[in-house]
Design a protein around this ligand. Structure first.
Ligand code: F6R
Length: 364
């Protein structure tokens, strides 16, 4: 049932304040300001590395978490697209664990990657939305994303719930490895607890984003740029746009711009820059300047401070609430999803059932 919404995708985008809150409270004790310590099939303190493998949007959630695990828990992460990982014959050190991220829990390549890790004898965690799935069944530990059934083929609420689980695990890992103090843990848990409120604020940007989407639907190609955790988000924005609006889009690490894609920049190329005012904001601004100097149309997604500090003439600026670093990827997922959604609506495509795509890819 779509309720008052035109599409399941729109409904699922709007459910996110509740789904994120539900997921986070399963993994975090907001009263104590601590990550919950449910039994794990491994000990974070004794791990040298973790491997994460997944497909599509789930892979991009994993890629965001690489920054978190490495920054907050000082735990190196090897992250791979499952279709590559399964044939790569990666040596798995003894003190490692593997995580598989999957909404459906049935994705063929992700399952094959899990079985490879099983053959290597390392503990396996499954971050899944469908708890009765094959991937869940074959794992040693199940980390449910608790987003509820996702009907739209384009993943939205499953993505932000995957991010929520992974952020909570990164905080727990940091605490157990002694790389964040009890005080840091308290602060990070509080910051995460505020994510649903900021997501609700982001949803209020709908009208503005619809206007931006109307413009975006006039173009044939779109480039998305971001650094740090905004880099996987840039790729997620491009993935979402291409799959439902059929507009060609690419997501790039902003620093890679001058290594190739800058050749594409002209007045017919909108460039969506995802740039909260964070530790590397100024670097992203200098990449934006390069785009502006070549006539590229910049759509900047930032916060008040980010908008104030950039003197670049943008095509559009979307001002997000000012959010703590750890929740930025969760909150910035919203404008990206809405932009793809409204663009697809303007293009008149079948938003919930885009051509050639299946919700669950059970064949290779
Ligand atoms: C994109 C999308 C796909 C899935 C991918 C993995 O919006 O939905 O890229 O994320 O097919 O599917 P799961 O998570 O079921 O393994």
């Amino acid at each position: 049932d779509k309720g008052n919404h035109r599409h399941f995708m729109e409904k699922e985008i709007h459910e996110q304040p509740e789904t994120i809150s539900h997921t986070l409270s399963h993994y975090l004790d907001f009263t104590e300001g601590r990550a919950r310590r449910e039994a794990l099939p491994f000990d974070f303190a004794k791990l040298d590395r973790i491997a994460i493998s997944a497909c599509g949007t789930a892979y991009l959630a994993g890629l965001v978490s690489k920054y978190w695990f490495e920054r907050y828990a000082r735990l190196p992460v090897d992250i791979d697209i499952a279709s590559e990982f399964r044939y790569r014959e990666m040596p798995m050190p003894k003190a490692s664990a593997a995580f598989f991220v999957s909404q459906s829990g049935e994705t063929a390549d992700t399952l094959a990657s899990l079985r490879y890790c099983r053959s290597q004898g390392i503990p396996i965690g499954a971050i899944v939305n469908v708890q009765e799935s094959t991937i869940a069944r074959e794992a040693d530990g199940i980390f449910p994303t608790l987003a509820g059934p996702e009907i739209g083929v384009a993943s939205t609420k499953a993505f932000t719930s995957q991010l929520s689980v992974l952020a909570a695990l990164a905080v727990r890992a940091g605490s157990e490895r002694g790389t964040i103090s009890a005080e840091d843990e308290k602060r990070m848990v509080r910051e995460l607890s505020e994510a649903p409120r900021y997501v609700r604020q982001a949803l209020k940007l709908e009208e503005q984003i619809e206007k931006v989407a109307r413009k975006l639907s006039q173009f044939r190609h779109v480039l998305y740029l971001g650094r740090d955790t905004s880099y996987p988000l840039a790729m997620e924005g491009a993935l979402k746009l291409k799959e439902i609006s059929y507009i060609h889009a690419e997501g790039y690490a902003a620093g890679e711009l001058k290594h190739g894609p800058i050749a594409l920049i002209d007045r017919d190329m909108p460039v969506i820059v995802i740039a909260p005012h964070d530790r590397i904001y100024d670097k992203t601004v200098s990449n934006m300047q390069e785009v502006a100097a070549r006539g590229g149309k910049i759509i900047l997604i930032t916060d008040q401070e980010g908008a104030r500090r950039s003197s670049i003439d943008t095509f559009e600026t979307i001002i997000m609430p000012d959010v703590p670093e750890i929740i930025a990827p969760i909150v910035y997922a919203l404008p990206i999803q809405m932009l793809a959604y409204f663009t697809a609506v303007f293009m008149g495509t079948d938003v919930d059932q885009p051509r050639n795509l299946a919700k669950s890819v059970t064949v290779e």
